[in-house]
Ligand binder design. Sequence first.
Ligand code: SAM
Length: 231
Amino acid sequence: MNDATSFGVHRLWKDSFVSALQPGRRGPMKCIDVAGGTGDIALRILDHAREKHYDRETSVSVVDINAQMLKEGFRRFKKTMYHNTAQISFHEANAQELPSEVFPDNTFDLYTIAFGIRNCTSIPSVLKEAHRVLKPGGTFACLEFSRVNNPLLSTLYDQYSFTMIPLLGTILAGDRDSYQYLVESIRKFPPQPEFAKMIRDAGFVTGDHVDGGAWEDLWGGIACVHKGVKL
Ligand SMILES: C[S@@+](CC[C@H](N)C(=O)[O-])C[C@H]1O[C@@H](n2cnc3c(N)ncnc32)[C@H](O)[C@@H]1O
């Protein structure tokens, strides 16, 4: 369904999100991918580390609140070389209160969350937890639908979103309401400068917007990558 509503573009966004993070470039990393049930980001992280940097020690803890999503991720990983290795693990937990016995303070080098933070009821709680589990110097990276700034693109995008996505939801998944919710939740998510401020308020350094510091718009802001570093 993601493929149908985005014409597969979410895959390209995920590819560029992960390759820009360059996992494994400076040696093995401990990563946590939150709201990562499908395993899409975790798999890209491990593949990038292995293929580009010959790194077989980078690991990813995949966290999701939904056991079914985790099952799906686990099933996909079963077909990969990472299955049954220390490089991958799956955990059912809420991004807003990660269990500290499993995820102690200052544990991870990289925290990723893709198309997940929008679904969480408290964004500040998610960011606070991200800050807690990252090591000093660790990176927070978020890929999320965002705000389109160009008026023409914004009008076209609105028309597509409010008519086509719920229609595709009805036809392909028999579930108009979930896809209507998807469109509405995207509109409710804070615009880029506001979200960057929330990341800073959680204690991260985000850099300047100019030069790809605080965020990077993808496709005119249909999606956006935000990054922050824990000092
Ligand atoms: C649209 S999916 C994205 C999955 C994956 N990151 C990807 O990009 O393919 C959103 C995910 O967020 C998870 N989620 C929603 N609220 C959550 C929360 N509070 N804590 C952890 N995961 C959550 C859902 O279960 C779902 O798997």
